[in-house]
Design a protein around this ligand. Structure first.
Ligand SMILES: Cc1cc2nc3c(=O)[nH]c(=O)nc-3n(C[C@H](O)[C@H](O)[C@H](O)COP(=O)(O)OP(=O)(O)OC[C@H]3O[C@@H](n4cnc5c(N)ncnc54)[C@H](O)[C@@H]3O)c2cc1C
Length: 436
């Protein structure tokens, strides 16, 4: 018999449990601040993560604490909210209980906002050779691998191995792959360019692979072309129309051609959290729960799934995209639906996703912006991108620190977070170099 968790809920106050303190879960919790409910937000981490800037942590542009904020601190003024740092392991929908290992916590309403991870299209074994970036730990591991590869190349005496160490392959040319490729190119060709004696970091090859016919497929073709041109100007090799058929410790195979590399980064495909399995409900191929118009789970009007872990045909009949604004809008919507239930008022109209635009940066002074009614590329787009990311970061301190870090990097061409944690040989993806 699972052990009940202590809750601070008074018996008469409806209990809302939110699983996940990402963009969706946090926006639902905040929107319930004045509702007559008790909110328990459970996350396996103690921080909310601003994922759009993860690649900057992975490429030594920003320190990790600038893009993560403690959930407890964010909600500290919300009297009706409790935060628990726990990893949810299942849901007993019949008993209205969230399972946390041997413990359980009962709910009246449940919001599942557990996000997604990367998908390897049936090749889960590739993950150890080609890590994806989703958590702060992923970003720090990748930063370690990328910086350690230059260090290993500096002391490597075997030319083929040195070449492999300085080859960086990125799989997937959506916004994450494109931003990553641009940032690694700038790191190698600008920030590190004069810091080594025996290697020239500018010799690094950055290869961006996309199975589709163009990069940034969700943007208009002319912005894809502008972004590709900007990447190529930075020295990134863009390989289109061919899928990776093998990933191993020595690199990737692309339509029969082997590209040798010690650093492979995965930015292709997402798989939702196991929430659909927990509930045993219908899911799409990516594992996302197919929700109803009010974002509730079919057959469970008291359970809602939002953000990256659901699929909602709420964008003029199309699925809402897996981006932060969609998760936030969904969070606010389920809060309104729950409030209407509790206060016995009329339910809000069905959820409709409102798209405000898409942005991606390629590097210093280069970005693409698609506002639907207007598209932009170049420096103005980059300024808009930078402004939007600073504006949406949580916390005044983070905004100021990120703005100052970017200003510093802009003026000096340096990257401030180039620390390799651990010692030589500790957790670096690159194998031990040969020493003379
Ligand atoms: C590298 C990267 C770059 C991105 N760039 C952009 C961008 O530029 N613009 C944009 O709009 N979107 C971007 N996105 C997408 C955006 O971040 C997601 O769409 C958004 O985070 C989805 O919000 P969510 O609340 O559904 O999930 P998330 O924000 O992922 O939050 C899920 C939360 O659930 C928690 N959790 C998961 N499982 C459990 C469990 N079992 N128990 C307890 N807690 C759990 C996690 O710790 C996490 O805090 C990017 C994503 C990535 C990975």
């Amino acid at each position: 018999m699972p052990e009940p968790l202590h809750t601070m809920t008074a018996a008469t106050t409806p209990s809302v449990i939110i699983i996940g303190g990402g963009f969706g879960g946090l926006s639902a919790a905040r929107a319930l601040a004045r509702a007559p409910v008790h909110v328990t937000l459970i996350d396996r981490h103690n921080y909310h993560l601003f994922q759009p800037l993860l690649y900057q942590v992975a490429t030594a542009g920003l320190a990790p604490n600038t893009i993560a904020a403690p959930i407890r601190a964010i909600l500290r003024r919300q009297a009706n909210a409790t935060v628990l740092m726990e990893a949810v392991t299942g849901i007993d929908a019949a008993k209205r209980s969230v399972l946390i290992g041997e413990k359980h916590l009962d709910y009246d309403f449940l919001v599942i906002a557990t996000g997604a991870r990367h998908a390897y299209f049936g090749h889960g074994d590739w993950e150890r050779f080609a890590p994806g970036i989703k958590t702060l730990a992923d970003a720090l591991t990748i930063r370690q691998h990328v910086l350690a590869a230059f260090e290993a190349a500096e002391i490597c005496h075997e030319s083929n191995e040195r070449r492999r160490l300085l080859n960086f392959v990125l799989v997937g040319a959506g916004p994450t792959g494109v931003e990553f490729a641009g940032a690694i190119a700038e790191l190698a060709k600008v920030s590190l360019a004069h810091d080594f004696c025996r290697i020239n970091p500018s010799d690094a090859r950055i290869i961006l692979i996309e199975a589709g016919p163009r990069i940034l497929p969700s943007f208009p073709p002319k912005l894809s072309a502008a972004a590709q041109q900007a990447l190529e100007k930075l020295g990134v090799e863009v390989r289109l129309g061919k899928a990776v058929t093998l990933c191993d410790a020595d690199g990737v195979v692309l339509a029969g051609e082997r590209i040798e590399a010690r650093n492979i980064l995965w930015a292709a495909g997402v798989a939702a959290s196991p929430a659909a399995t927990w509930l045993n409900v219908a899911a799409d191929r990516a594992g996302r729960i197919e929700v109803l118009e009010d974002l509730s789970v079919p057959g469970h009007p008291e359970i809602f799934a939002i953000g990256d872990t659901c699929v909602s045909k709420s964008w003029n009949g199309k699925s809402a995209p897996g981006i932060a604004p969609a998760a936030k809008q969904m969070g606010r919507h389920v809060a309104a639906v729950i409030r209407a239930h509790v206060e016995e008022t009329s339910s809000p109209p069905p959820f409709r996703y409102r798209h405000q635009g898409s942005l991606a940066t390629i590097g210093r002074n280069k970005a693409v912006v698609d506002f639907i009614w207007m598209t932009l590329s170049g420096r103005l787009a980059w300024l808009l991108w930078a402004f939007a990311h600073i504006y949406f970061l949580i916390g005044f301190r983070s905004r100021v620190v990120v703005a100052l870090d970017w200003l510093w990097a802009y003026v000096t061409f340096r990257r401030g977070a180039r620390i390799i944690l651990g010692e030589t040989g500790d957790a670096v993806m690159a194998p031990q170099p040969q020493r003379s």
